[in-house]
Design a protein around this ligand. Structure first.
Ligand SMILES: Nc1nc2c(ncn2[C@@H]2O[C@H](COP(=O)(O)OP(=O)(O)O)[C@@H](O)[C@H]2O)c(=O)[nH]1
Ligand SMILES: [Mg+2]
Length: 457
């Protein structure tokens, strides 16, 4: 029985402890608030940050002015489903299954919770582009099957450039575009999209081509494993890009084009209007990568070019870039060409008599089918002979990739400021197969010093 008072003492002591704990916790000085719900959080933050999203809120209004006003996804009614962040119109519709959004006893908090850091001084918003717009369009030749590869390219072009400018995009195809291609691409492009079918006469063998001879060439090239050597469609494509895309009815209303191919990458922000740069600086043709052509695809291209030069000497422009394509004053071709999967150029130049005479003359000689002439050497030779050298521009600042080559700007500060994600060690410009050095020399430009060279003793 001696244990009974001891147990009683333990019980009294325990009760005393519990009482003391409860007393101190309820009378603590620290203001511990507990929030009931996300709605309370929102109310709290609204009183702290003002009525975020409302037109009268100076915090959101002041910065919103700086951002381009047009939402890439809102170019027409059919693609306006994306909510506008921070606006009442952009709130999710009623009946949403989102947690906490459907309780009628809660206040209306269908706007997103504000991010207190969103408008902090560290946030770098791009200025809204100013100045006149050019009469310009992107242009892409593609098959329906290219959809996902071209979608990737478009996304990059939009993110890095066009979401700020909203230029149109023309898609051309030898077959009708299917609905899926149109829906996906028009959702991605911030400007107006247009879809054109190529007329049969621009994508078929001209009547002067000897079909048997052309077939024999394809078989021979296949045996030699020349890339695309056995392909008929690739030849139509090269001929079309050389002589017809700029004459398609959809292209006739534009003065400037920017060619985009599937699977390309843009590595840096382009914060100015590259079309306007071309116009204001008297440029007609531009490039980012140049290289040597595979000679087996163009063995007689220069002979045809010489024929053209003799027939139309009036089309050769004094002060041209002959030195870019020939190391012996025009006797032979040095195989240099601008890589035409990227081009920003003037359509009126391509539609000029000089260029059309050049293309027609080459086309009559049949090398698009009897060899495998590419549109890159054709455009490049034309630009080098029929434009003043100042009219050709190298976009050193446009960081670009098309398999397998990269152009990555040399300047480290530039790369940082433009959020570039290219590896400068992959830059192709000063590789032995590139012709960019030749372009620099011809134009009296200084070849950038390699950062690595400086470190060498
Ligand atoms: N509509 C259509 N486009 C084509 C065809 N062949 C190639 N192209 C397009 O022409 C461009 C060049 O073709 P690509 O396969 O990229 O050639 P590469 O860059 O020389 O390897 C791309 O924009 C292709 O989508 C074709 O048969 N039909
Ligand atoms: Mg390509």
């Amino acid at each position: 029985m001696a244990g009974t008072p001891r147990y009683a003492r333990y019980i009294i002591l325990s009760l005393l402890c519990i009482f003391l704990i409860l007393f101190f916790s309820s009378s603590s000085d620290s203001p511990r608030q507990t929030y009931k719900s996300a709605a309370d959080l929102l109310k709290e933050s609204q009183s702290r940050w003002g009525n975020v999203g409302s037109k009268n809120n100076p915090a959101s209004h002041g910065t919103a002015k700086e951002v381009p006003l047009s939402d890439p996804l809102l170019k027409d009614g059919s693609h306006s489903a994306a909510p506008k962040a921070g606006t009442a119109e952009g709130a999710p519709a009623g009946g949403s299954s989102q947690v906490g959004l459907s309780n009628p006893s809660e206040p209306d908090h269908r706007v997103s919770s504000p991010n207190p850091l969103a408008h902090s001084p560290q946030t770098k918003l791009e200025p809204k582009p100013s100045g006149p717009r050019m009469n310009a369009t992107f242009v892409t030749l593609a098959r329906n099957s290219d959809i996902w590869e071209i979608a990737r390219s478009i996304r990059q072009v939009e993110d890095r450039f066009n979401r700020k400018f909203n230029y149109d995009w023309v898609f051309l195809n030898d077959k009708p575009f299917d609905e899926s291609f149109k829906t996906i691409t028009s959702a991605l492009v911030s400007g107006t999209t247009k879809y054109g079918q190529i007329p049969k006469e621009h994508w078929s063998f001209p009547e002067w081509i000897d079909q048997d001879k052309a077939k024999q060439v394809r078989e021979d090239m296949a045996k030699k494993k020349i890339i695309y050597g056995d392909s008929v469609s690739y030849r139509h494509m090269c001929r079309y890009e050389s002589g017809f895309f700029f004459r398609h009815p959809l292209m006739l209303e534009y003065e400037w084009y920017w060619r985009v191919e599937p699977s390309i990458e843009l590595f840096c922000d382009i914060n100015y209007d590259a079309f306007r740069f071309m116009a204001e600086n008297g440029k007609k043709y531009s490039f980012v990568l140049s290289l040597l052509e595979y000679i087996d695809t163009i063995p007689t291209l220069w002979a045809s070019t010489k024929k053209f030069m003799n027939t139309y000497p009036e089309h050769l422009v004094p002060g041209n870039s002959m030195k870019f394509v020939s190391d012996d004053g025009g006797e032979t071709y040095n195989k240099c060409h601008f890589w035409s999967n990227f081009e920003i150029g003037n359509l009126n130049w391509l539609r000029s008599k000089a260029y059309i005479d050049f293309f027609t003359s080459l086309d009559k000689d049949g090398g698009f089918f009897y060899e495998r002439w590419g549109d890159a050497p054709v455009h490049s030779i034309a630009a080098s002979l029929m434009l003043k050298k100042e009219e050709i521009h190298f976009f050193e600042d446009i960081a670009y990739y098309h398999i397998p080559f990269t152009h990555c700007p040399a300047d480290e500060k530039y790369r940082e400021e433009h959020k570039c994600h290219c590896d400068p060690s992959k830059n192709f410009d000063w590789n032995g197969y590139s012709c960019t050095k030749k372009f620099y020399e011809l134009n009296g430009m200084k070849v950038p010093e390699k950062k690595d060279d400086k470190k060498k003793p």
